[in-house]
Design a protein around this ligand. Sequence first.
Ligand code: ADP
Length: 426
Amino acid sequence: MSLSKDFVSSCLTSVADPVRGKDLVSSGALQWVSACDTYASIRLHMPASAGRAVFDQVAQLSHAKLSQVAQRNGSKVDSFIVEFVDDAGAVLHTARFGGMVAAGSSGTATPTSQSDRPEAGPSGAMGSAGAAGSPAASGHTPIPGLQPTNRPAGAGLPGVKHIIAVGAGKGGVGKSSISLNLAVGLARKGHAVGLLDGDIYGPSMPTMLGLAPLEQAVLNGKLQPFYIHGIKAITIGKLVDADRPLIWRGPMAHGAFKQLTEQTQWGELDYLIIDLPPGTGDIALTMAQSLALTGAVVVCTPQKVALDDAIRAARMFQQLNIEVLGVVENMSSFVGDDGKVYDIFGKGGAEVMAQRLGVPFIGSVPITMSLRANSDNGDPTANFTGTDPAGMRLKASLESLVQNLESQIALGAMRSGREKPVLTIS
Ligand code: ADP
């Protein structure tokens, strides 16, 4: 059985609110619940004066109750996040169970705060058997021919240094185009890069990468990524019938995503770029939560409505304690074939938004005829080789974007203690 919002809320009706004296639901402490598959997050309103010890106690009791009732119903809780916020919505404390907890400790009742978050990457929490359910056990629809894994939820992937999610508040803003160009751009700088098309509702990578004539290979129960345009890529679009609309229930979608990430033979990668489904619904949220990410990139367009959606996307990542490495403004302007620039939507809004949110703005990409055509032709490399005025502008903006993302990843890794700066004296 998969966890649901109602199920989580009903469990919390028997956990006491130590501040107001009732249970967490009737006291009004419970502000928000998200649940999908074996993942759940809640937000509780508490005064800062309650203090860390009380926060941890409430989180532990909530986790214990949820796990206990879930187990009784034949389900389980792989990841549970409790966020405590004050009147203004500022996060006072975050407790995590399972998921992001370090190897060997998954499923324990000891919460970890944000600063306790373990590293992603090859030395992460692989191989701790029994922590995550097999797809069959958790109600997923397994992709035929693949072997289930016992990888703990929220861990890194073996051999992968940095996992970067690319999200957007809504569809159609160019999230897949930016994911692909970031991947190809990083590969052109000599990095080993993987791209996972997790946009299960509208996988566009088969077209954008030109995968139509190629067959998906499975070797020893592992999906073999396509090695194309200098990157390794995998997409749900090559595993399902392209002509049938992709309608997924949350747990199915989550299961398919898990299989794509965990059962692909990625080999050694510097960066794995994940194109998330659009929006801030449960699916994007649980996908972002199910892997230890180095950080996330938010793609938006300059219109006011699109920016409002992008703010929600950035906040979603922040609520999950995933660092927003950068905001990208796509379709920032239109560049004609003659190189002339038209600010159709009024560019620059995303930069202001990023400033307001206190997250880095890493660049803007113009609308060009060539980017659209190169995507339709499955030739992303051509975005980096244009010699006409519009093509040169596109190339420059993409290269600057890639450069800025690289810097933000390096800074983020240093901030989290994952990598140490090296001082060379000569
Ligand atoms: P999303 O992943 O957000 O749904 P896509 O990346 O699939 O969006 O882009 C939607 C459409 O817009 C695609 O046809 C793509 O080629 C086109 N597109 C995206 N960004 C640009 C751009 N900067 N210039 C021209 N076309 C673009």
